[in-house]
Design a protein around this ligand. Sequence first.
Ligand SMILES: Nc1ncnc2c1ncn2[C@@H]1O[C@H](COP(=O)(O)OP(=O)(O)O)[C@@H](O)[C@H]1O
Ligand SMILES: [Mg+2]
Length: 425
Amino acid sequence: MRLSQFLLPVLKEDPSEAQIVSHRLMLRAGMIRQLSAGNYNWLPLGWKVLKNIGQVVREEMDKAGGLELLMPTLQPAELWKESGRYDAYGKEMLRMTDRHDRALLYGPTNEEVITDIVRNNVKSYKQLPLNLYHIQWKFRDEVRPRFGVMRGREFLMKDAYSFDVDAASARTSYVNMFNTYLKIFARLGLKTVPVRADTGPVGGDLSHEFHVLAETGESAVYYEEKWETLFAKESYTFADVEQLYAMADEMHVADKCKVPVKSARGIEVGHVFYLGTKYSEIMKANVMSKEGKEVPAEMGCYGIGVSRLVGAIIEASHDEKGIIWPESIAPFKTAIINLRVNDSKCNEACEALYQQLSIGKQDPLYDDRDASAGEKFATQDLIGTPWQIVVGPKGLEKGVIELKNRKTGEKQEIAADVVMQSISA
Ligand SMILES: Nc1ncnc2c1ncn2[C@@H]1O[C@H](COP(=O)(O)OP(=O)(O)O)[C@@H](O)[C@H]1O
Ligand SMILES: [Mg+2]
């Protein structure tokens, strides 16, 4: 992508409406613009990140045996009346009627719709287990939408639903999703603490929330100090976690807790629930068991706040200059900064780099604008490009260009052809 042809409305000043750093940086980097309260336009740079995060989530869900489908955002009210949640959900649900006076709602979650799909299409234990998921917009009419995409009204969620014939197999599905979540968050460069959580209106009796620790987090979490050893590990599992104390606010009872605990603020980026038969029973999603008995399917549901993750990752990874993207989700992995656009040698070198880098899967961002070096450096640091190749007349005279790592700030002078190898490594 040539920056001269891209829409990147960066802001030099901090916007006054933003209270937390991720919101400020998303606005300043030209990733989002507010359309109405809690409702955001995702500009090209932000949309790229959102898609990249969605892709990581999708790949790990698929590896774990998930099947992607797509359910509509608008749902018929009848299904929610059947489950008994239509009235219970209250004002957070956006309700509307169509031209035939049929009651509709903008889906805040999808248990009813997915249970309807399964009851109509799955009859036997032979078709189970199933894990069905989609990445779809949700609407919740939050009383206080705030912190940009962290607590929006319309937001993007990955929600998965598991169906099993019995409780033992449902627990296996739950643990499978739990471990998958740990992998997803690790790939996104995040350290998360899974805490035992209340199941609330969703129902069921086993639940964990995944929290990114950050001072700006809206939730309080409590965990045993030994957690620090898990953070240091490359990967850990449900089994590791089960041994340690980690609780969401509403589950933590200080007097009963026998181990010394730390308290911290957390951003909830994922939530998994074992639902049991709460929905399948009332909506009659029955399957034939091995023994030839009709039984309600055992369910689990698993959410990830895809759009909230954009903010959470920035909260966890930034400095005073801007965002520091993990390479796995950076909108552009590499930038080419042309320091002198009216110098033919600089142009030639940049074009060659741009062409060569574009051959592979990556889409480099070429700053071909007629702007000052300072402005170009500031822009790339603000939008967090992990690798920045700086091409200027002085370097070219020596046959070198500069390669800068956004995260470490480390700069190296290298021969042009070697640059390619170091980036693709
Ligand atoms: N208003 C919101 N804005 C952005 N993301 C949200 C919002 N509400 C929920 N999420 C994300 O979706 C995930 C699943 O939602 P869920 O646990 O059902 O919601 P809640 O925790 O608000 O009851 C949450 O872990 C969170 O990451
Ligand atoms: Mg939750």
